[in-house]
Unconditional design. Structure first.
Length: 153
């Protein structure tokens, strides 16, 4: 078993053990860990075998609400002016790029990502979700005409 597969197994264990209400399964496919979420979305986690420390955490939600959320540290021309470069965050679309403040420790990063999914899978939040902003680490929701923040990390 490769070091990357060993890491994926540890991350899968964390997701399944610590978030049983929202994580419905995991699978290692095509060099990445896929975490299946109860709302039918999934999170793909990829670590490069060739370049140590290079990663991507991609939450695929296009089939639900047309959005994607991805933290990665692959150099992106559009992200070069960010303070966190090469780390950056694709917020809802490929083109909307912001600073990424995801934890550098993969075990903590998976907890951050799945915690967001836990909050999204609460029916009242899922109906009212408007924006996930990683820079301030909270959701902004419109609830009864007012904005309410819930801390995510």
């Amino acid at each position: 078993m490769s070091r990357r597969e060993d890491l994926y197994k540890r991350l899968a264990y964390i997701a399944l053990r610590e978030f049983p209400d929202v994580v419905v399964g995991t699978e290692i496919i095509e060099g990445k860990l896929r975490i299946f979420i109860a709302d039918k979305s999934f999170v793909d986690i990829w670590f490069s075998e060739k370049r140590k420390g290079v990663y991507a955490y991609h939450w695929e939600r296009r089939m639900i609400d047309g959005t994607i959320y991805r933290h990665n540290n692959l150099p992106d021309r559009e992200a070069r002016n960010l303070d966190t470069f090469p780390k950056h965050f694709h917020d809802e679309t490929e083109e909307n790029i912001r600073e990424s403040h995801i934890n550098d420790d993969p075990e903590q990063a998976i907890r951050q990502l799945v915690s967001v999914s836990v909050r999204l899978n609460r029916p009242s939040l899922l109906r009212h979700l408007r924006i996930f902003n990683p820079n301030i680490h909270r959701f902004r929701t419109r609830l009864l005409g007012r904005v309410t923040g819930l801390h995510t990390f």
